[in-house]
Ligand binder design. Structure first.
Ligand SMILES: *Cc1c(COP(=O)(O)O)cnc(C)c1O
Length: 368
């Protein structure tokens, strides 16, 4: 079916500020690789934004997670607890180190890691917990940090989807020991591909800087005391990042405005559950996410198909990782399985207009 209306993407970057000027400057000056002034500037701006001492830019968010784990000494024989309802990168980063990801269920209220289920999965081999702030809503950190303290575990926030979100007033990326962000094209801000670690720990920060550059001795060039990685970010990427940081508050305000607009219009539909925002949380609504009730007249996939026919993009929720081929287990994590089955992400780009939202809402009304 052809639709006369414009295609509404799920997400698209907005690069209309100083992005072109800063990237052009890299090209004109020749500083296109991983040395150059934008890298340190981007790191500092992002660290300040999170309220932490150190920001270490890397090639992508998965590399950031991997380096955090390596820097904490996690490896073969270790277990790391992760939510099953997250992007696969959270689990893959654990697997890269030789450690085992242990999957925990989600909370029905926040869709994030359930601290009680985490507690049940702690063994003598557990070394760390990775709470993920899924779709922009912070995880319930206090009980997770408390468990970590009791059992002497590391906490790494996977904040790839939640730049600027707040837990009890504190920015995500400042709550765990060392934390990971992504700047992939659909994230709150983008550097094309890119990632960054935040930490207040001087020693961990130094370790990560060392590991991202092939573990080269800071005193002796081309002398390597261990096997490191090339996880460096380029000055070109950081130039985009600096320009995006100039507008990050505006982007977050827009995401929140989009969510509140959808909420107002969808609230009247009983068979749709709106996205959570806990009393202790400020979500950045990276994606505007809804759940369809079991008695919704169409299945989740039928709803997505119908939107598609009206030139409206959407995405299903993540598939729980514990049912996916590389990690398949027999355990059942019922809350995450249920959320995954019923969840849809609706268009949430900062370029979205009011009339776009009205079109999407109207399409859902007609199906409900
Ligand atoms: C995007 C994302 C990542 C990975 O980031 P990349 O930059 O794509 O490697 C990790 N975790 C979560 C939860 C993500 O959404």
């Amino acid at each position: 079916m052809d639709s006369p209306h414009r295609f509404i993407p799920i997400s698209e970057p907005l690069l209309s500020g100083n992005e072109e000027a800063y990237v052009s400057e890299c090209v004109r000056s020749g500083w296109v690789s991983s040395l150059g002034k934008y890298i340190a500037e981007f790191e500092q701006r992002f660290a300040d934004f999170c309220g932490v001492r150190h920001g270490i830019a890397v090639s992508n968010g998965t590399a950031a997670l991997h380096l955090a784990l390596v820097a904490l000494g996690i490896g073969p024989g270790d277990e790391v607890i992760v939510p099953t309802l997250t992007f696969i990168a959270t689990a893959n980063a654990v697997r890269y180190t030789g450690a085992r990801p242990i999957f925990a269920d989600s909370e029905a209220e926040t869709w994030n890691l359930n601290p009680q289920d985490v507690a049940r999965r702690i063994t003598p081999r557990t070394r760390a917990i990775i709470p993920v702030h899924v779709y922009g809503h912070p995880a319930n950190m206090a009980p997770i940090l408390e468990l970590a303290k009791q059992h002497n575990l590391h906490v790494i926030e996977d904040a790839a989807e939640a730049h600027g979100a707040r837990y009890q007033g504190k920015r995500v990326g400042s709550l765990g020991e060392i934390n990971a962000f992504s700047f992939y094209g659909n994230k709150i801000i983008t550097t094309g591909e890119g990632g960054l670690l935040t930490t207040d720990d001087d020693i961990l920060a130094e370790k990560v800087r060392f590991l991202r550059d092939h573990a080269m001795s800071p005193e002796k060039r081309y002398w390597h005391t261990e096997v490191g990685y090339n996880y460096r970010m380029t000055n070109l990427q950081a130039a985009l990042g600096v320009a995006q940081m100039e507008r990050i508050e505006e982007f977050i305000a827009k995401k929140r405005h989009i969510a509140l607009t959808y909420n107002q219009d969808l609230r009247e539909i009983d068979s749709i559950t709106l996205p959570p925002e806990a009393s202790w949380a400020t979500s950045v609504y990276w994606m505007y996410s809804i759940l369809l009730a079991n008695d919704f007249p169409l299945s989740r996939d039928e709803v997505m198909l119908s939107l598609r026919q009206q030139n409206i993009d959407s995405r299903p929720f993540f598939y729980p990782i514990h049912i996916q081929p590389p990690y398949q287990t027999n355990i059942s994590l019922p809350v995450a399985e249920d959320l995954s089955r019923r969840g849809i992400n609706l268009p949430s780009a900062v370029t979205l207009g009011e009339e776009d939202i009205q079109r999407i809402v109207q399409a859902l009304r007609e199906m409900a």
